[in-house]
Write a protein that binds this ligand. Structure first.
Ligand SMILES: CC(C)(COP(=O)(O)OP(=O)(O)OC[C@H]1O[C@@H](n2cnc3c(N)ncnc32)[C@H](O)[C@@H]1OP(=O)(O)O)[C@@H](O)C(=O)NCCC(=O)NCCS
Length: 173
């Protein structure tokens, strides 16, 4: 039986390990490795935050993936991953479909799922498109201050004003 359960304090280590998986970091918008302290502080805040729901995908008694949604009005932004050993076995697709069922049943105020995916993440793009997600925005950036380390982004992204990052800090993991 495959199902989603809500994350608890006991998932701290598991989610830490998965967050620092090489492919998860590479496909995230913050690619830097996450320190244990950073993760612990974030995890404590996250569990108390009513605008964030963190679930773990279970195959019977085995945790095989995770998905987090951030709620903003009628929208929920998705970040998800399947553990490295379990990728390519249909868990990602199952996770998205279970999430949809759960949110329809439990959070009827949510009308739209949003997923921000890097263009090179072909697996995730393919998965979303085959699950009837439609591409809505393209985000452009140009590095203009190579010495300063910072760059400005000009974006037509829905929530991003010019000079702000296109994506939230800890997305898509
Ligand atoms: C993206 C991710 C969650 C997909 O989960 P998964 O369990 O591997 O995906 P599934 O097995 O359900 O496969 C979904 C589709 O992707 C395709 N796919 C799987 N692995 C693939 C690969 N390496 N390259 C291309 N397509 C691939 C499958 O063929 C499948 O399509 P199909 O049903 O038409 O055959 C998983 O690869 C992952 O955790 N990646 C790292 C983190 C990440 O990128 N998260 C998403 C950020 S937006």
């Amino acid at each position: 039986m495959i199902f989603l359960r809500e994350a608890t304090t006991e998932d701290l280590e598991l989610l830490y390990e998965w967050a620092n998986d090489a492919r998860v970091r590479a496909n995230s918008f913050q690619t830097k490795e996450i320190s244990y302290q950073e993760h612990t502080e974030w995890f404590g805040r996250m569990l108390k935050d009513e605008t964030i729901k963190q679930y773990v995908l279970m195959d019977r008694n085995r945790a095989v993936g995770q998905v987090r949604i951030e709620l903003q009005g009628e929208e929920a932004t998705i970040g998800y991953s399947v553990s490295a050993a379990n990728r390519g076995r249909g868990y990602g697709r199952m996770l998205l479909s279970l999430l949809e069922e759960k949110i329809q049943a439990e959070l009827p105020q949510i009308y739209t799922f949003v997923a921000k995916v890097k263009p090179e993440n072909h697996t995730s793009k393919k998965l979303f498109e085959s699950e009837d997600y439609v591409m809505k925005y393209i985000c452009y950036e140009k590095k203009i201050n190579s010495g300063g380390g910072g760059f400005y982004r000009i974006s037509n992204f829905k929530y991003a004003a010019a000079k702000e990052p296109c994506m939230n800090e800890r997305e898509a993991v």
